[in-house]
Design a protein around this ligand. Structure first.
Ligand SMILES: Nc1ncnc2c1ncn2[C@@H]1O[C@H](COP(=O)(O)OP(=O)(O)OP(=O)(O)O)[C@@H](O)[C@H]1O
Length: 258
């Protein structure tokens, strides 16, 4: 295991992808403490995103979602810092953080069921004034998820689970993000669709995106992972490449039930 702050130039290894380590800024947390009212949940989390997919695993209630919400500004940081490349995000509001290129998919995907697919995509571009830029991004979304092309006028609620996930990811792409924070994207999907869901994430990564992925579905997520963190009781219990995790039988059993 290496120190959480020493791997800014680490390249992906778990999936065998090769990437330019400098393509997307590193999202880092140093000594982050946070919680709700008087209830402290995070006790000094240090973290660095890696190129490709950085997975965060851990038992229920260990603070994974709370940590993700400190990265996107929804939960205020009590102590410590969060940076994106050389930008200090600590204390920034969610609507400002998204303009730096960090998009979040909340649990459940966060799509607007009663809006059409195209309207959902347009919501993602709320920070963009330039119509040409919006059109370019929409074209890119349809290139990555061609199945949406003939669904643009359909209500999101009428789509399959996999297609709804495409809409969620597409809407996040519309913000112009390079970094995607995904909170349990496979939750609620039928088991046979889980691999497809991870395939959609891989399409984003293959286009150079960086993904921070919270997942309960550890086995499936490990196939995508380039780097892994395990949180328990608001602390980092392990971090390292997935191949190192497989040697940690005790951790796997204790925290991941594997
Ligand atoms: N909005 C909130 N207000 C108060 N406490 C909260 C809130 N959200 C989460 N908590 C508490 O914070 C702790 C960590 O929850 P969190 O959702 O971050 O964990 P998690 O690891 O993502 O869990 P899960 O895998 O079940 O989603 C839990 O004790 C939870 O009850």
């Amino acid at each position: 295991m290496s120190d959480a702050t020493d791997g800014a130039d680490a390249t992906g290894s778990g999936s065998g992808r090769t990437r330019d380590a400098n393509a997307v800024p590193t999202l880092s947390a140093t000594g982050v403490e946070a919680g709700y009212d008087q209830h402290q949940v995070l006790h000094g989390i240090s973290f660095e995103s890696r190129d490709g997919v950085t997975c965060i695993f851990g038992p229920n209630g260990s603070g994974k979602s709370t940590f993700l919400k400190t990265l996107n500004g929804i939960v205020p940081v009590w102590d410590g810092t969060i940076t994106y490349g050389d930008i200090d995000l600590t204390g920034e509001k969610p609507e400002d953080i998204v303009t730096h290129g960090i998009a979040t998919l909340p649990q459940g995907g966060g799509i607007f069921a009663s809006l059409s697919v195209e309207e959902n995509l347009d919501v993602g571009a709320f920070t963009v004034d330039d119509a040409d830029a919006i059109a370019d991004r929409k074209a890119e979304v349809l290139e990555v998820f061609p199945a949406l092309e003939d669904k643009l006028d359909q209500k999101a609620r009428d789509l399959s689970g996999g297609q709804q996930m495409m809409v969620s990811l597409g809407r996040a792409m519309m913000t112009g993000a390079d970094t995607f924070l995904l909170d349990e994207p496979s939750a609620g999907l039928a088991p046979r669709l889980v691999d497809d869901a991870f395939g959609l994430i891989e399409r984003l990564v293959d286009r150079g995106a960086q993904v921070v992925l919270i997942e309960q579905n550890v086995r499936a997520a490990l196939r995508l992972a380039d780097y892994v963190y395990i949180l328990a009781e608001g602390e980092v219990q392990f971090h390292g490449p997935p191949e190192d995790l497989s040697e940690e039988d005790e951790l796997m059993e204790l925290y991941l039930g594997l």
